[in-house]
Unconditional design. Structure first.
Length: 599
């Protein structure tokens, strides 16, 4: 429970879950704006898809707090911020970030460099399509250290303002942004803030309440031989890392393992005289809800928006080695989520937490055992309650299964997720306002609605048509969605593949069996084998380090060649197929026939 002598701080956690999570969180931000809660948020902790949208929201708040004085800021300002995000974010993501980073021909050539990876490219796209222009028209990347908010006062700005001490007398709080990633080096969480970056450990002077308790027990439990301590400021780091960009921090936080290369932070640490090359992956690997980032910053009241994927059940799980490994990984991730949230509730109490997630309100079936006579009691069904926030259970189930990806989302998909976050969070936030120990939260005043665009999808969410459910089912697929939604495209799609093969079959066979192609395959396999063995040998014989660079360059050259060839069909997809998919999912094209139901 929060200690009375400690300041009461409201924290907002935006979970991971790709762009599905980003759109869901927009709806939650809209609801918080209407309930007058956004001005009271003192820490914003984001993960993966939550980082993509959370960083954008933070930039708008920074602009607001540095433009208006505390007395001039009203709750409608926050409604206007979310309204601007609602419109701009969907337009930006229609570019299909996932495919664009693989279809960029020039970037593929640039990846021959040891210092540029697919994750660096995705950071460039985040900067160009999502963040640029919010604070200024300057084309230079926004640096993490530029994110410090210097609130406007009558005399100018408050230089050296510290949110942890300066917020006490403010009505519109200055939030601290925490962008969460995971280090492959140590397996710990990694935080990016406007002050510094590294593996967080609350300092003795800052660790109060729950944070102090967590600090004490972490020191007992975590005895890994290396901790990557963060500097007092970016200015105290080596020059190479002082200009670390916000877009790169977001890219690290959303760096899905296996889909994107880890994002490297070089030259910042040495261990026993040897360089530590920090490799960062998705923050969801360590804490997909972002709760620890709030705890570390002394929060006592929490809003946790959870749009992460929850593990499904299987009647007959596969026992193949690959499937068992994948399944156990899901179990560990699910266990981490459950344990982290249970710890939060146990630490601060239910009244100080507003928590909601994508499977909220859906029914659960409890199956009983078969007795000695071969009989089984009827299943116990925990009833469906999605109607409490205005969603048909079939719609809610579909939304919980929508892909966690970074490709283009249609208006139907995005509006449905926004509306879901908006409607689902309403009751939980109202309860928090009534019962929370945070005085500012209890004093929050609701304002009029924002006239949100996503409200236009509400009648379908309540009374879904066959066409609407068809689109939500297709939204669960990572590939082939347009073919599921427009079966007539199968004919030209197959023809586009078969006809060239038929016309150019002799040439294709000659190419595939040529010495060049077969040689490239053999060289690739050889390099993969050498790289695998080399990683083991370097631990035994560090003197072999000089071999690593030529092997890496050779691998990169082959990968770039393969990616360059592969970029052609991806470019064609972006040019012709992506627009068809977006058009099919426009709200204006969604069929509406009241009473038309799927059986």
């Amino acid at each position: 429970m929060a200690h009375a002598e400690n300041p009461q701080r409201l924290g907002l956690a935006l979970s991971g879950g790709g762009l599905r999570a980003s759109f869901y969180h927009i709806g939650v931000l809209a609801q918080m704006a209407e309930q007058g809660l956004l001005r009271h948020v003192e820490a914003l902790s984001t993960v993966s898809g939550g980082s993509i949208i959370g960083a954008l929201y933070y930039l708008h708040v920074k602009k607001l707090l540095e433009t208006k004085t505390d007395e001039q800021i009203v709750d409608q300002d926050y409604v206007d911020i979310v309204k601007a995000i609602e419109q701009a974010f969907l337009k930006a993501t229609e570019n299909n970030i996932r495919t664009a980073v693989y279809a960029d021909f020039r970037a593929n050539l640039k990846m021959l460099s040891l210092s540029y990876s697919r994750s660096d490219l995705i950071a460039d796209y985040y900067e160009r399509w999502i963040y640029r222009g919010v604070l200024s028209d300057d084309a230079n990347p926004i640096r993490m250290q530029d994110l410090k908010i210097l609130p406007r006062v009558a005399q100018g700005t408050l230089a050296g303002f510290r949110p942890k001490t300066g917020n006490a007398d403010r009505q519109a709080k200055v939030p601290m942004l925490v962008i969460n990633a995971t280090t492959l080096n140590t397996g710990r969480g990694w935080e990016f803030t406007a002050v510094s970056m590294g593996e967080p450990t609350p300092r003795e002077s800052d660790a109060t309440g729950i944070a102090a308790t967590f600090r004490e027990f972490r020191s007992l439990i975590d005895k890994k031989p290396l901790r990557l301590v963060w500097a007092d400021s970016y200015g105290d780091m080596i020059p190479l890392q002082q200009d670390f960009s916000m877009a790169h921090a977001v890219a690290a936080s959303a760096c899905v393992p296996g889909l994107f290369d880890p994002l490297a932070v070089s030259g910042l640490y040495r261990n026993d005289g040897k360089e530590v090359r920090v490799q960062l992956v998705d923050g969801g690997v360590f804490d997909n809800q972002g709760v620890e980032g709030l705890v570390d910053n002394g929060c006592t009241c929490f809003v946790v928006s959870d749009a992460s994927g929850q593990m499904g059940t299987e009647n007959d799980p596969s026992t193949s080695k690959a499937r068992v490994l994948a399944r156990t990984s899901s179990i560990l991730q699910d266990r981490s989520r459950t344990k982290g949230l249970l710890t939060l509730f146990a630490s601060v109490g239910k009244k100080n937490v507003a928590f909601f997630h994508l499977r909220q309100g859906l029914g659960v079936r409890e199956a009983f055992w078969i007795d000695r006579d071969g009989k089984q009691a009827p299943d116990h069904i925990i009833s469906v309650t999605t109607g409490e926030f205005g969603f048909d259970p079939r719609v809610q189930d579909c939304l919980s299964r929508i892909r966690t990806d970074l490709d283009a989302f249609t208006e139907v998909e995005a509006y449905s997720l926004m509306l879901n976050g908006y409607k689902m969070s309403k009751r939980h936030l109202e309860t928090l306002r009534k019962e929370s120990d945070c005085p500012g939260v209890r004093d929050a005043k609701a304002v009029s609605g924002g006239g949100w665009d996503f409200l236009a999808i509400e009648k379908w969410a309540q009374d879904p048509t066959e066409d609407y459910l068809c689109q939500l089912h297709a939204a669960q697929a990572a590939f082939g969605k347009i073919l599921m939604l427009s079966p007539g495209l199968w004919i030209p799609f197959v023809a586009a593949i078969v006809l060239p093969l038929w016309l150019l079959w002799p040439q294709a066979v000659a190419l595939l069996t040529s010495t060049i192609v077969l040689g490239a395959i053999l060289i690739g396999l050889g390099l993969w084998l050498i790289d695998s063995v080399l990683a083991y040998l370097l631990k035994l014989h560090p003197a072999l380090e000089f071999v690593r660079t030529p092997v890496y360059l050779a691998k990169s050259a082959l990968q770039v060649a393969a990616r360059t060839v592969g970029s052609v069909p991806l470019w064609l997809y972006l040019k012709f197929i992506n627009p068809l998919f977006l058009k099919r999912g426009r709200l204006s094209n969604l069929k509406w026939s009241p009473g038309e139901q799927q059986g």
